[in-house]
Design a protein around this ligand. Structure first.
Ligand SMILES: Cc1cc2nc3c(=O)[nH]c(=O)nc-3n(C[C@H](O)[C@H](O)[C@H](O)COP(=O)(O)OP(=O)(O)OC[C@H]3O[C@@H](n4cnc5c(N)ncnc54)[C@H](O)[C@@H]3O)c2cc1C
Length: 306
């Protein structure tokens, strides 16, 4: 992992820096590249724009590390309302949630109940619920919550990170469930014993895991590749073609504001594409992870100064 990436990921945990930068107009301007706005209305408008181009959406309110049960209940209630709004507007929208935003640290059982409530409302509104994967200290808890919620509902999926050394075993253990899996490379600062430090190794791991997921898609699993790496996307699409999978058997999810022209071209070429749209005021840690993914993005922040 490069020094710049490591520093940016470390900075993402600084509350002092968050307080300093969140107020600066030039940083707020730069953030708008990845965030249509802080309000749900902004995210819904972006989702409607995607829908008009044949692209689905996944909405997520920014926030993490919530420890107060009252606050976690408020997050759940907010998301219940989002599912209603998605249905009212007939949008092809889904949700993605972070378990630390729903209070997993304070009380795992209460967190499971919140996720179950969201999965039930997603079911009732014809939507789908994704569970994000956070730092590796949450992997076990996340998989356990996923299993418990998935035991009662099929409209819930979980994210797996290709950089984690444990992920091949986690995927193999989940496959008998015919699960919905969103495979990503991984966005956090992890020690080399836990995560592959070299990008080339992460890319190779991603491709191998994606091939496994595609094979499972033939048996009812839902394969989603969350990446902007078009070299990988083309190889995965070629593999899906070799397996004679229909286009809907493998989806591609990308983040709002990243490689937008290519996202649209991918959808126009017949692939099933969704854009993950984030909104909310708690964007600091999330934005630092976006900078860390491509440290050259720091220049966009500097340019926003002028
Ligand atoms: C839908 C979705 C959901 C995700 N959910 C999670 C999650 O739950 N847990 C988790 O750990 N991570 C998650 N991530 C983030 C993921 O782990 C990676 O950090 C991120 O996707 C960058 O990796 P990449 O696959 O795009 O490949 P990379 O090799 O990093 O990037 C490929 C190319 O994409 C472009 N690109 C990538 N990132 C950026 C950026 N920030 N700014 C500008 N251009 C960029 C560049 O052109 C780059 O060359 C998610 C990503 C997506 C797309």
């Amino acid at each position: 992992m490069s020094l710049a990436r490591r520093l940016l990921l470390r900075a993402s945990r600084s509350t002092w820096l968050a307080g300093q930068l969140r107020r600066r107009a030039f940083v707020r301007r730069a953030v708008r590249r990845f965030l249509p706005g802080e309000d749900l209305a902004d995210a819904l408008a972006a989702a409607a724009d995607c829908a008009s181009r044949g692209i689905g959406s996944v909405l997520t309110q920014l926030g993490e590390q919530v420890r107060s049960p009252t606050e976690a209940d408020a997050v759940r209630d907010h998301y219940l309302g989002v599912l209603d709004r998605i249905r009212q507007r007939s949008l092809p929208g889904q949700l993605s949630v972070k378990l630390t935003h729903l209070g997993v640290d304070a009380d795992r059982e209460a967190c499971i109940a919140r996720v179950q409530a969201l999965a039930a409302r997603a079911d009732a509104t014809g939507s789908f619920l994704w569970i994000d994967m956070e730092e590796s200290r949450y992997t076990d808890a996340t998989l356990e919550v996923f299993r418990q919620v998935r035991a009662g509902r099929v409209n819930v999926g979980v994210c797996l990170q290709a950089y984690l050394r444990r992920t091949p075993a986690d995927l193999a253990a989940l496959l008998p469930l015919r699960p919905a899996i969103r495979l990503v490379k991984g966005a956090y600062n992890e020690p080399a014993g836990v995560a592959l430090p070299r990008k080339a190794d992460v890319d190779a791991s991603y491709l191998a895991l994606a091939a496994q997921l595609l094979g499972a898609a033939r048996n009812g699993a839902r394969a989603v590749c969350g990446t902007h790496d078009f070299r990988l996307i083309e190889r995965i699409r070629a593999r899906a073609g070799e397996l004679k999978l229909p286009p809907e058997a493998c989806e591609f999810h990308l983040l709002y504001g990243i490689r937008t022209t290519e996202q649209r071209a991918l959808a126009a070429a017949g692939a099933k594409v969704r854009v993950l749209i984030s909104y909310g005021a708690a964007w600091f840690a999330w934005y630092m992870r976006r900078l860390a993914e491509r440290p050259a993005n720091v220049w966009f922040v500097v340019r926003s100064l002028f």
